[in-house]
Write a protein that binds this ligand. Structure first.
Ligand SMILES: *Cc1c(COP(=O)(O)O)cnc(C)c1O
Ligand code: SF4
Length: 357
């Protein structure tokens, strides 16, 4: 089953199909049959699941859980607040804005994997929130806002769109004189690497005034395969850089060993770690969230100094007023007129001279 359309035709979104890949537990079965939520993944991604371990990091990202019924610490109507949809600025549903010079442009609500921890789950997974995703309306808004120089195309997963739709989007955006870059947020290199076809490569390829950047989402080293490596290499050959935006997920990647291995392994397939996001307080995903400090601690204890600097993402909380970095503040331990006392990743101290302004 190599064609990406076959992967979607055989989408694993029924109990029977899931049972072809794993031994489904009674809890998993009850969640699937009793909860009204969109779920599913590609046969490719399902094949990476551990058939015997319900705690498998891939299973937990794919299979609904009864825990999603609880919402003790999450925010109701999260997406409306998070994406500033109740402010005075008139914007199409497809445009989320937190910054002056760039926007997120949602072009579809279809995904190749319905991630249980999705922060846009109200629109994408649970589908209680209806957003109109009209591409031409969004393009017209961007065209008429000259301050926008960077458009982040997101979803859903924009690479689920047909080649001609992607080609149209890129062509129309490149015709806008104030646009300097296009970004795609897509999980396809991880959950559907078959999507990087010759046809898509032709659309993405080449030297252009307006470059294309991609960020994918990989949360655990198990998600990285030879097929991922090939898809990423193909994208790079087209002139498209590939970064990663991981989500910090309790019991999946919140221990030192897994967190380090994830970021090291991303570099082995040429994916550059960009962000690690704190898992957002969307309703029903309490069970995926750690304390906020955890991500900074993991960068301090697993990455910085312990391994290649390129493996270090920035740890951020994505709030309604933009992303806020929460990097470990462990390096300036003191300062007097003459010198700073600095601390390294091992806790060793050193001195550095003060330079007056
Ligand atoms: C994340 C996001 C961006 C892009 O942020 P960068 O820090 O530039 O990657 C832009 N707009 C919105 C609404 C976002 O959520
Ligand atoms: S691919 Fe992205 S938008 Fe789709 S469910 Fe996963 S996190 Fe949400």
């Amino acid at each position: 089953m190599e064609k990406w359309q076959d992967q979607l035709h055989n989408f694993v979104d029924t109990l029977d199909r899931l049972k072809q890949h794993i031994h489904v537990t009674p809890e998993e079965e009850e969640a699937i049959t009793s909860m009204k939520t969109k779920w599913g993944t590609t046969p490719y991604f399902a094949s990476l699941m551990d058939p015997d371990d319900p705690a498998c990091p891939i299973r937990r990202q794919v299979i609904p859980s009864l825990k999603e019924r609880q919402n003790k610490f999450g925010v109701e109507n999260y997406l409306i607040w998070k994406e500033n949809r109740d402010t005075d600025e008139v914007r199409p549903d497809s445009i989320a804005r937190q910054y002056r010079d760039r926007v997120a442009f949602t072009v579809t609500d279809v995904c190749a994997n319905y991630c249980r921890h999705c922060f846009r789950k109200e629109a994408v997974v649970d589908r209680e929130l209806k957003l109109r995703m009209d591409v031409d309306e969004g393009l017209a808004w961007i065209q008429s806002h000259e301050e926008i120089r960077d458009v982040l195309i997101t979803g859903g997963d924009p690479f689920i769109l047909a080649d001609d739709k992607i080609e149209y989007l890129i062509r129309k955006l490149r015709e806008i004189p104030h646009l300097q870059m296009i970004r795609f947020g897509t999980r396809t290199p991880i959950v559907l690497p078959q999507r990087i076809t010759d046809g898509l490569k032709k659309i993405l390829d080449g030297f252009h005034r307006v470059p294309i950047w991609i960020n994918t989402q990989c949360n655990h080293p198990k998600e990285i395969t030879d097929q991922t490596a090939n898809a990423v290499f193909d994208l790079l050959r087209c002139g498209v850089n590939v970064g990663n935006q991981a989500v910090l997920l309790k019991g999946i990647n919140d221990d030192v060993e897994t967190f380090r291995e994830l970021h090291q392994k991303l570099l082995t397939v040429r994916i550059r770690p960009y962000y690690v996001f704190y898992c957002e307080p969307a309703p029903g995903i309490d069970h995926f969230r750690t304390p906020v400090e955890k991500g900074a601690e993991l960068i301090r204890d697993a990455i910085r100094g312990h391994t290649t600097g390129l493996a270090q993402p920035m740890y951020v909380i994505a709030t309604n007023i933009g992303k806020i970095p929460l990097m470990p503040d462990y390096y300036i331990m003191g300062k007097d007129e003459k010198e700073y006392t600095l601390r390294n990743y091992q806790g060793k101290l050193t001195q550095w001279p003060v330079m007056p302004e």
